[in-house]
Design a protein around this ligand. Structure first.
Ligand SMILES: *Cc1c(COP(=O)(O)O)cnc(C)c1O
Length: 377
């Protein structure tokens, strides 16, 4: 089954009792047992709920994984996955990751004895150099946020396999529509489903897909133990959002390509970051390991003051955190999504005050160009 068909017919289709085409919202916490210890697959909704379960089967299929899991947010998914590790364990983590992931690793899990070292994962040798005897996993995003650096998934998988480490990939930016990290050798794929998977700025959720029964059992144990599960209503909204993932991702990308090309012709823009541009350092790699380049662009307008002016003048780009929705969004990472990263660290990474990040929505690309044009003027 090809991906566009999988989005519609994957997972669990509707309700076999009534013929309803959409999966019912099982707004329920507990289930009648036939005898003590004998139930019909569901006992308690933290452990399992049929609506959530339909979504979990769907994400497992979309990511070509063995099992899928749905969480109450992307950060709940990240935190549950990191709970696989023990005190004394060490992780090698991409240095250009989502600010909240950086925060939970460097301010919460480090207190519990799980240490992380941050490194530019677009350089595989740099990742290898960071590995210690107590390292248990490599955790990356590709393309990264907000500089859209591309990391070689197959090389990461080879590094991890030869040392018995887990490879964990946050696939929020490309979604399973454009990229399947498990096919390149990843063990765990996670998503902030708040972004493209949901796609309509109306649900906060996280998704995980894993390779292998053993990891599946471990994550299910942690999901049930920690309890940060997604409710049935939000699970249903996500299933509905995912039906149009292909339509949306194609339109996001068409708009992004149009805007990135246009931005790179402008003399008043210092730099444009978009993996779909031929001069992007990760362009060739992105072409081989993914089917698309996505809808996120960053560009540097030179100063924090100018960035602020642009943000105050756009009409179709809404000033907001988040990304991946049908509406185009605009932000300044240094003062918004990445504000939790210390200033010196941001400077090292190249997240300047003049860096603007846009999440290209599904509006007409010409209107988006005109809007940015007038805002830049
Ligand atoms: C938003 C985001 C997260 C966190 O997800 P929430 O749903 O906001 O908790 C994690 N990773 C990436 C890449 C994100 O963009």
């Amino acid at each position: 089954m090809r991906i566009d068909t999988k989005l519609i017919h994957g997972g669990v289709m509707g309700d076999k009792h009534t013929g309803a085409l959409s999966v019912p919202i099982y707004q329920v916490s507990t289930y009648q047992q036939d005898e003590i210890g004998k139930h019909r697959g569901y006992e308690y909704s933290r452990t399992g709920n049929p609506t959530r379960s339909a979504l979990e089967t769907l994400i497992a299929e979309l990511e070509n994984g063995t099992r899928g899991f749905a969480f109450s947010s992307g950060m709940a998914a990240v935190s549950t996955v990191v709970s696989l590790f023990n005190q004394g364990d060490h992780l090698v983590v991409g240095d250009d990751i989502y600010g909240g992931t950086y925060r939970v690793l460097s301010k919460v899990f480090n207190r519990l004895g799980i240490q992380s070292s941050f490194v530019d994962s677009s350089h595989p040798e740099a990742v290898e150099d960071m590995i210690r005897p107590e390292t248990k996993a490599v955790y990356i995003e590709t393309p990264s946020n907000p500089l859209l650096k591309v990391t070689d998934l197959s090389k990461m998988a080879a590094i991890c396999q030869s040392r018995g480490l887990l490879l964990i990939v946050d696939n929020t930016f490309l979604t399973p529509y454009w990229q399947n990290p498990i096919d390149s050798g990843a063990d765990i794929v996670l998503h902030s489903a708040t972004k493209y998977m949901g796609g309509h700025s109306d649900v906060v959720a996280g998704l995980v897909a894993v390779k292998g029964e053993e990891l599946g059992e471990q994550i299910h144990f942690l999901q049930n133990s920690i309890g940060a599960v997604l409710g049935p209503q939000d699970s249903w909204l996500l299933i509905r959002g995912i039906k149009t993932l292909g339509l949306r991702m194609r339109q996001h990308e068409e708009g992004a390509r149009h805007l990135a090309n246009w931005l790179s012709t402008r003399k008043d823009i210092k730099k444009v970051y978009y993996p779909g541009l031929k001069d992007h350092p990760g362009h060739e790699l992105a072409r081989t390991q993914a089917r698309g380049f996505g809808g996120m662009i960053s560009f540097d307008v030179g100063s924090g003051k100018r960035a602020e002016e642009v943000l105050s003048r756009t009409q179709w780009f809404t000033l907001a955190e988040s990304l991946g929705a049908v509406e185009s969004l605009i932000s300044v990472p240094s003062r918004m999504t990445h504000a939790s990263i210390p200033e010196e660290r941001r400077a090292e990474l190249g997240i300047t005050d003049g860096l603007i990040r846009i999440s290209v929505g599904v509006e007409d690309p010409e209107d988006l160009v005109e809007d940015l044009e007038q805002a830049l003027r």
